[in-house]
Design a protein around this ligand. Structure first.
Ligand code: HEC
Ligand code: HEC
Length: 422
């Protein structure tokens, strides 16, 4: 059972940041291209009549008016894929899980020699002690860089068909390739990686054992890391999962009330649904800006660089000052600022939250939703003021915490050394 404290352990270090954040103005629509995107283009499974639900004032600018709301909010759960326990991990036909691959993948995940300067491993930004993220609002970057997005947890990513905040990679194998070669992450060169691994006899033997090959190959590095993630980085032992499997005692009364809010008055289930608590679709939430981005030249460089390499027109990237999300992939104006709905298991260990790491605590995140998000008219119409009472916000936070199971902590493997050729 996860104690509320485990989600708050970083709160003190973020207290100052949090205070100043509340004073920040909401992000305004980016000054790039057509901002007239039609709200009806929002990618969602929401039936049209939801926006006009009697539950909520459709005017985003207002705060709550609880008096106007019915005592009991209707349960929206029937209209969306049901919340459910996680199914078995999907495994691609061309990369079955074997113990040898998993062992190799675990070592490679922690091995800095996959990166250009042999100084950064996956675990540098996905630290088991920091919820398999890096614990900061915005991620560290490869030597000499800083990332412009939050480092996501790797836990339960085996279930996702769209990886990264804006869903840019279709599989864990493809994602690992981006992470190893990407200039802000590993900045590694596949040819150099093969030569380095070939100089380490233990790795040569492990590749032999796992794949029957005579020397380490780069595509097999990707397959091994993905197998490790599928086999060891899944979490389905949360109180909520136990509850779903029939143990009614597993959820506290507060969490059960929070679940009802999640499915009803809080409208969370509109996007966070199905076994993953994600529709895996893209939505634009008008988030506050992250002060740390505003003050960090290296992160601003990284953002412009990202614009450039994703083929964004010059007039847009020269002045880039925020993340365009799904737009980088589709180049459609209506996709500016849209991000994939993230799954919600393991939240207790992964603060700060959101693609720009702007919320250090779940309480702040809930308050953001309660206010109806930001005030950009292009924000998804599915985000509306909620009018939650203090008790309801507390219960919702309890429910969110009940979605995290025990912490996955592993001892970093002992890595084999280079040996001179015989
Ligand atoms: C320098 C920091 C850094 C390094 C090194 C790094 N990552 Fe990441 N990782 C991130 C950030 C930041 C994101 C989110 C990036 C984005 O959305 O564009 C991310 C996203 C991911 C995701 C997607 C999670 C999701 O919910 O979609 C996975 C999986 C992942 N990383 C695995 C890895 C693996 C495996 C490695 C090593 C091969 C690695 N990362 C190396 C920072 C890093
Ligand atoms: C319109 C769809 C939508 C609705 C409704 C919605 N969310 Fe989200 N949620 C998202 C998207 C998209 C993100 C990522 C946004 C970003 O980073 O720009 C997100 C992010 C989050 C995160 C951060 C996860 C992380 O790993 O950082 C939490 C927690 C969360 N939502 C909880 C909730 C709760 C609680 C509610 C109900 C009060 C809710 N959401 C309603 C779409 C939605």
């Amino acid at each position: 059972m996860v104690q509320r404290d485990s989600a708050t352990w970083k709160r003190t270090t973020h207290a100052l940041w949090a205070t100043s954040l509340l004073l920040l103005p909401a992000i305004v629509c980016c000054g790039c291209g057509d901002d007239g995107a039609d709200r009806s283009n929002d990618d969602s499974s929401k039936p049209a009549d939801h926006a006009a639900s009697p539950l909520h004032d459709s005017d985003n600018s207002g705060t709550d008016s609880p008096a106007a709301e019915p005592e009991t909010a209707p349960d929206l759960a029937d209209e969306f894929p049901p919340l459910a326990a996680l199914p078995p991990v999907p495994v691609p036909g061309d990369n079955p899980i074997t113990p040898a691959k998993v062992e190799l993948g675990r070592m490679l995940f922690f091995d800095t020699r996959l990166s250009g300067d042999a100084g950064t491993s996956c675990a540098s930004c996905h630290d088991p002690r920091l919820g398999w993220g890096d614990g900061s609002g915005l991620s560290r970057g490869y030597a000499g860089t800083q990332h412009w997005r939050n480092s996501q947890t790797v836990v339960n990513t085996a279930y996702l068909s769209k990886l990264f905040w804006a869903g840019e990679a279709p599989s864990l194998e493809a994602q690992a390739n981006s992470a190893i070669t990407g200039n802000l992450a590993g900045n590694g060169d596949p040819v150099m990686i093969e030569e380095r691994l070939a100089q380490i006899p233990e790795y040569v033997a492990l590749f032999q054992q796992a794949f029957g090959v005579d020397r380490p190959r780069y595509p097999l590095v990707l397959k091994s890391i993905a197998s490790f993630e599928r086999a060891e980085l899944t979490s389905d032992d949360s109180d909520f999962d136990k509850f779903l499997r029939g143990d009614e005692q597993a959820l506290s009364e507060e969490s059960q009330r929070g679940l009802a809010i999640f499915r009803g008055k809080g409208r969370c289930i509109v996007c966070h649904n199905g076994p993953l608590l994600s529709d895996e679709k893209f939505h634009y939430l008008d988030l506050p800006r992250n002060e740390f981005f505003e003050q960090d030249p290296l992160r601003q460089i990284a953002l412009r660089y990202q614009h450039y390499i994703r083929g964004v027109p010059e007039e847009v990237y020269r002045n880039a000052d925020h993340d365009l999300g799904l737009y980088y992939t589709t180049k459609r104006d209506e996709d500016i600022g849209k991000f994939r709905t993230p799954p919600l298991r393991y939240l207790a260990y992964t603060s700060p939250y959101m693609h720009n790491g702007v919320f250090p605590t779940l309480a702040e995140l809930i308050e953001y939703y309660n206010q109806g998000g930001g005030d950009d008219p292009r924000q998804s119409p599915l985000i509306q003021p909620l009018g939650l009472t203090e008790e309801e916000k507390f219960d919702l936070e309890e429910f969110l915490l009940s979605l995290s199971g025990s912490e996955i902590r592993i001892t970093p493997p002992v890595l084999p050394l280079y040996k001179p050729m015989e």
